[in-house]
Design a binder for this molecule. Structure first.
Ligand code: PLP
Length: 449
């Protein structure tokens, strides 16, 4: 397999067009683009990764801006994880049995969130969400779930409702729509779709409270790279008042935006928190953390015959396996003991954001760069849409996809379909290379118009 992005550059796709209302203003708007658009058309096949660098099978090196979609907060191949993984492998790679490392991981997570937090381990963010929703249904005895437009909660049928590219109905009260063929229709219909930050959403929760087991959301929506603390506070108050559980999906933000998560920054405590990515230390892992009283609605295969009617089964042969748990615990302890990592990530985020914005202004391309605490998103737009449906509308998404190929030709891997995530291994020098690559990519995209 060859990385064929050169075809794309050679194809000279016209990317820049005049703004329809003002010919002097430019709009990045690719045409004839579709057949080049899919990431699968230009697969990046990696042979090795270290720190913030990837090497592909052709020997090309890239600075990586994906951090594996989140897990590698210390960079790829960090000795912190490698040592823990080797040790646990040599201890027999235990699973389906209580083991010292899963206890260690659960305790570190519980301590990070404080109070009487209890933890159930899973194998991924998707599994954490499935478990949390089931626990919420069992705990409340109610069936329906509310979620927010544009928030992704993994690939389960309900997690993908109105999550990415497909939206339906009025913005203020969207209709649920699946983002995957094959999703069970009844589950899709059983999902109430809300808008983050809107007062109307709180009213709709109150209206439907009698049927709602839980409201799930990304407290810091990844595509928006920011959070609304006042909204989170009001949401939790509304839900408490009406007997609806609040589930924060911190699969991305957990232990990334702060030690703890967005809830730590916002000072808001949900009933349940879904975790994944970082807590697996680079291996498949996940967890649901939450109030003891709610988590204890769950039962595992260790108590198969207890309260079948009222308790939610959560299982998984590899959940809490000793290798993932050892890696996760080692990475979390390292983050806990080195708080300057979070300060560095924040200052590096500001640095890169400023440099990207400056480059865009110099080339005269309307670009919105959003970045907070190592989470970045970038779109080609004059305005800064608040609704994800507006952000996803039109051709801008394609231009962002095209940008990722141009960046690759300058030695930077910018994830095509995901927010950018910095890690501890990025140096300022690496970020300078990224910013220069961005400036050059923009000029090239622009001149090909
Ligand atoms: N929740 C959020 C907010 C995510 O971004 C993701 C994955 O990107 C998930 C859940 C699903 O996690 P996983 O891919 O580990 O199943």
């Amino acid at each position: 397999v060859k990385n064929r992005f050169d075809d794309l550059i050679e194809a000279q796709i016209p990317l820049s067009m005049a703004h329809k209302n003002d010919p002097n203003r430019k709009v990045i708007a690719p045409t004839h683009f579709d057949r080049y658009a899919l990431p699968s058309a230009y697969p990046l096949i990696v042979e090795s990764a270290k720190g913030c660098r990837l090497t592909d099978i052709d020997g090309n090196e890239y600075i990586d801006l994906a951090s594996g979609y989140g897990p590698h907060i210390l960079g790829y191949g960090t000795p912190v994880a490698i040592e823990a993984i080797s040790k646990s492998v040599n201890q027999g790679a235990v699973n389906a049995l209580g083991n010292v490392h899963e206890i260690e991981l659960a305790e570190v997570i519980a301590d990070a969130f404080g109070g009487d937090t209890r933890v159930v381990l899973s194998n991924s963010g998707t599994e954490s969400v499935i478990m949390a929703l089931r626990i919420a249904r069992a705990h409340t005895g109610k069936q329906r779930v509310a979620k927010f437009e544009g928030h992704y909660h993994g690939f389960s049928d309900q997690g993908m409702v109105s999550s990415w590219f497909r939206y339906s109905g009025a913005a203020s009260s969207p209709n649920p729509i699946s983002n995957s063929a094959g999703a069970q229709e009844a589950l899709v219909k059983d999902t109430l779709v809300l808008q983050y930050g809107s007062e109307r959403s709180l009213q709709r929760i109150a209206q439907h409270a009698g049927e709602l087991a839980a409201v799930i959301l990304e407290p810091m929506p990844a595509v928006q790279a920011g959070y609304n603390a006042q909204f989170l506070t009001s949401l939790v108050e509304t839900c408490r008042r009406h007997g609806v559980l609040v589930i924060f999906d911190e699969v991305v933000s957990g232990f990334r935006v702060a030690y703890g998560g967005a809830q730590t920054l916002a000072g808001v405590t949900p009933d349940l928190t879904c975790l994944g990515k970082i807590i697996g230390g680079g291996l498949p892992g996940g967890a649901v953390a939450g109030r003891r009283e709610v988590i204890e609605t769950a039962r595992t295969s260790n108590d198969p015959f207890v309260d079948l009617e009222t308790r939610a089964f959560v299982g998984g042969t590899m959940s809490g396996n000793s290798i993932t748990a050892a890696a996760g615990a080692a990475v979390l302890k390292h983050l806990r003991d080195n708080p300057q990592i979070y300060e560095n990530l924040e200052s590096k985020t500001e640095y890169l954001k400023t440099r990207l914005e400056k480059a865009a202004v110099e080339v005269g391309v309307p670009t919105q760069v959003k970045g907070a605490r190592s989470v970045f998103s970038l779109s080609f737009d004059y305005a800064r849409p608040t609704l994800v449906r507006d952000q996803m509308a039109g051709t801008n998404v394609k231009a962002t996809l095209a940008l990722s190929y141009y960046m690759r030709s300058h030695g930077v891997y910018l994830p095509e379909l995901h927010t950018m995530l910095l890690n501890d291994a990025h140096s300022i020098g690496d970020l300078d290379i990224v910013a220069d690559a961005f400036a050059e990519s923009l000029s090239e995209m622009d001149s090909e118009g």
